[in-house]
Write a protein that binds this ligand. Structure first.
Ligand SMILES: C[S@@+](CC[C@H](N)C(=O)[O-])C[C@H]1O[C@@H](n2cnc3c(N)ncnc32)[C@H](O)[C@@H]1O
Length: 185
C-alpha cells in the first residue's frame, strides 16, 4: 500500500501532482465516467480519493448527497472551494475508512491500485456491504504498472469482477484506462 507520506509529499510539491486540471485526457475520462452512470440521479454517493474535486464537481449535480474524502488536507481544501454546494461534504479520510449508512453510488477513480490487496479486499467488502438494492459502484483506473502502484488497474478490476455479489453493467476499455460500473447481482 502506498504510504500516506507519499501523497503528502506529492501535494507539498504541487497543488495538482497528477496534472488533472485542464488536461484533455483527464477531462475526457471524467466526461466518460459521468456519462457511464446508468442512473440519472443518486441519493447518497461516496467518492474517496477525490483529490482537488474535478470529478466531484461533475458528480455533484447527479447526487442528492455526495461524500468526498481524501487523506491529504491540501487538495481537500481546493476541492471544497471548487464544489461549495451544501449537499456535498468533504472529509479527511483514507480507505478502508468508510461512511456509515447505505449508499447507492461509490466512485473509485484512480485510487484502488494504490491500496494493498488486503485493503482492496476490505474496500470490496465495504462496497458490497453498503450498496443498497439499486446501488452501483464505478471503477476507473490507469491500466499500466508504475512504481508506486500495488497492482495494475486491470488487476484491481478483476477482483471486483470476481465478486458474486456484483454484476457488471458497463465496461469501457482503452489502451490506457479501464472504466467499469457494477450493480448488485
Ligand atoms: C491519482 S489521484 C486521483 C484523484 C481523483 N479520484 C481522480 O480520479 O481524478 C489519487 C488520490 O487518492 C488519494 N489517496 C491516496 N491514498 C488513499 C486512500 N487510502 N484512501 C483514499 N484516497 C487515497 C490521494 O491523496 C490522491 O488525491
Amino acid at each position: 500500500m502506498t504510504e500516506p507520506a507519499y501523497f503528502e509529499r506529492m501535494y507539498a510539491d504541487s497543488d495538482d501532482p497528477w496534472h488533472l486540471a485542464g488536461n484533455p485526457y483527464e477531462e475526457r475520462k471524467y466526461a466518460l465516467t459521468v456519462a457511464s452512470l446508468p442512473r440519472e440521479r443518486y441519493r447518497r454517493a461516496f467518492e474517496p480519493g477525490c483529490s482537488i474535486g474535478l470529478l466531484t464537481a461533475l458528480l455533484a449535480p447527479r447526487c442528492d448527497e455526495l461524500i468526498a474524502t481524501d487523506p491529504v488536507p491540501e487538495p481537500l481544501a481546493r476541492a471544497r472551494a471548487r464544489v461549495p454546494a451544501t449537499h456535498v461534504s468533504f472529509a479527511q479520510s483514507a480507505l478502508p475508512e468508510w461512511p456509515p449508512g447505505e449508499l447507492d453510488l461509490v466512485v473509485l477513480s484512480e485510487v484502488l491500485y494504490f491500496l494493498s490487496s488486503d485493503v482492496r479486499a476490505q474496500v470490496l467488502a465495504r462496497v458490497v456491504g453498503s450498496l443498497d438494492a439499486d446501488g452501483q459502484v464505478v471503477l476507473v483506473d490507469w491500466r499500466h504498472p508504475f512504481a508506486e502502484a500495488a497492482c495494475t488497474g486491470d488487476e484491481a478490476h478483476d477482483e471486483f469482477r470476481a465478486s458474486p455479489a456484483l454484476v457488471r453493467l458497463v465496461e469501457h476499455v482503452e489502451h490506457d484506462f479501464r472504466l467499469e460500473v457494477f450493480g448488485r447481482a
